[in-house]
Ligand binder design. Structure first.
Ligand code: GAP
Length: 513
């Protein structure tokens, strides 16, 4: 755990030091759970968005993109169920006056038991060495069985109480488990209440005529309400998809873990409209497709797993998360939801307008079912960034900090370095920059010894360093150094473009899907 915390602290400080992510309003002591993307961060974020857009929209004949407004008619959120059901169960501590999510307090309690359980297993593993059989140990050791039973019973009681809206039992559970306020240690709790996560705002100049609006908590509804407009203007036939990326807002109560859970964040969502009855098949197909997209980036197959939901959101008949191994453990990165015809039917009900599709093959009209894929761009950023950061042990007993970002996503593809600041080398390096910048983001760096510049670019995630030296003056060749292997080779200036393109082109990466 301590190790994970340390690694996570390194990720956060590296993101700041190298111009990826800053705390919002930092000089005013910051705004909690709101972050700004800095000069490198915005490039990485744009590249992730483009990588998703390419795979989801541009590589599919039957998926198109839109960009709907953040402000939407307020009744949309009544129809979608967000006004009534988009809630978190909250509890206040009367002594510390701190507010918590009741379910998170209970989950944290279970996580502590789980870490005790893991310690027992680690101890036994150490004791028995090679002869250790983990499966047998966890199914026979009485202490471990006791811990696991406690976790299972607690979580299933909590799920049942939340499902039945029995908030009194959620409070009773917190009291029975003797859960204390993590800040003050007090066990003096209020009742549990539901709290809506949508941010409200007003449209209009005068107080009496102003209309109450919400900032959208998901981009999906902008797609549903445009379903017929897009279908008619594009003449797409079912099955087809509509995708969009954009900001979403949630008044998260427990907003922590850096950019993992923010109050203002960005989603990349795709709604796939299908014939009713085919949802199981599409659900499996999209789960597989989306996992392949993640794997194409080469962050390690072992860092992903599916988590199928038992408790389903109000709109879904099946749902699964792709979880990623973040520095704080496996957590949701993307959701794949079989949303039935819930949203379109609700909008039909609230508007009195038909949102149906005439199927020429079936010769009848129906309200399509929807399969959704929904990923947080900021979470994807954190996944990529945290897995890329490494303190590498080198042969000569030194270490280097290297940010092994997939080259296709790296903010800068190459740094161009004149060996010295004289003899015409900077001029050649600048010429290379001017030429390459038409195709790639590149930087020029002439400050410090070349070894230090290499290290700086390693830590910045730049896949290539190109060094111009005195031989360049004679033969028009340069040294190209690869970030990951640190290998160097001599190449012709005119070949640079092809070499960089080969490793940074989306085609090369997405072909692996
Ligand atoms: N349209 C479906 C939907 O919004 P969700 O599971 O609530 O489903 C989808 O959110 C994705 O959005 C999540 O898997 C996560 O990656 C991202 N996300 C949700 N809340 C977030 C938050 N507060 N901060 C950052 N990302 C968030």
């Amino acid at each position: 755990m301590a190790n994970q915390d340390d690694q996570f602290k390194k990720v956060i400080s590296h993101a700041k030091e190298y111009g990826y992510v800053f705390q919002s309003s930092e000089i005013y002591d910051g705004l909690s759970a709101v972050y700004d993307y800095a000069q490198n961060g915005v490039e990485l974020k744009n590249n992730i968005r483009n990588y998703w857009w390419k795979a989801m929209v541009q590589m599919h004949d039957n998926i198109v993109g839109i960009d709907s407004a953040i402000f939407m008619h307020p009744t949309i959120w009544k129809a979608s169920g967000h006004v009534d059901a988009f809630n978190d169960p909250l509890i206040d501590n009367k002594d510390s006056k701190k507010r918590y999510r009741a379910d998170v307090l209970i989950e944290d309690y279970c996580a502590k038991i789980e870490s005790k359980l893991n310690k027992e297993v680690a101890k036994a593993e150490k004791r028995f060495g090679e002869a250790f059989n983990k499966e047998e140990f966890v199914s026979t050791n009485q202490r471990v069985i006791g811990y696991q039973t406690k976790i299972n019973e607690t979580l299933s009681r909590m799920a049942k109480s939340l499902e039945n809206e029995d908030l009194a039992d959620v409070k009773a559970l917190i009291e029975e488990l003797e859960i204390a306020d993590p800040v003050s240690g007090s066990k003096n709790w209020t009742d549990v209440k539901q709290f809506n996560l949508m941010f409200g705002t007003k449209l209009g100049a005068s107080a009496d005529s102003a209309m109450d609006l919400y900032l959208r908590p998901e981009t999906a509804q902008g797609i549903f309400v445009n379903f017929l407009n897009v279908q008619k203007s594009s003449r797409l036939k079912i099955p087809f998809g509509i995708a969009q990326t954009g900001k979403a807002f949630r008044n998260e109560i427990v907003a922590r873990q850096f950019i993992f859970r923010m109050r203002e964040f960005e989603q990349m969502e795709m709604q796939f409209f299908i014939k009713p009855g085919t949802q199981k098949e599409w659900y499996e197909q999209w789960k597989e497709k989306r996992l392949k997209w993640h794997l194409s980036l080469g962050l390690g197959e072992e860092n992903y797993r599916f988590h199928n939901h038992e408790k389903l959101a109000h709109y879904a008949d099946a749902a699964s998360d792709i979880e990623f191994n973040f520095p704080f453990g496996f957590k949701e990165l993307e959701g794949i939801h079989s949303r039935t015809d819930f949203d379109l039917s609700q909008h039909e009900k609230f508007t009195g307008k038909k949102l149906q599709y005439f199927d020429p093959e079936e010769n009848k009209s129906y309200t399509p079912y929807v399969l959704e894929t929904s990923i947080g761009l900021d979470r994807m950023f954190l996944a990529v960034f945290s897995k890329a950061l490494e303190e590498e042990q080198l042969d000569n007993d030194t270490t280097r900090t290297v940010l092994r970002l997939p080259a296709v996503l790296a903010p800068n593809k190459a740094a161009i370095l004149p060996l010295v600041k004289k003899d015409g080398l900077p001029e050649i390096a600048q010429q290379i920059v001017e030429d390459l910048r038409w195709d790639f983001n590149v930087v020029y760096d002439e400050k410090d010894a070349v070894g230090r510049r290499y290290r700086r670019q390693d830590a910045n995630g730049t896949p290539f360093c190109i060094t111009v030296d005195h031989d360049t003056l004679d033969d028009n060749t340069v040294t190209i150094r690869h970030r990951d292997s640190m290998e160097q080779e001599r190449v012709k200036i005119q070949d640079l473009k092809d070499i960089i393109k080969k490793e940074t082109d989306m085609r090369f990466w997405l072909m692996k899907m």
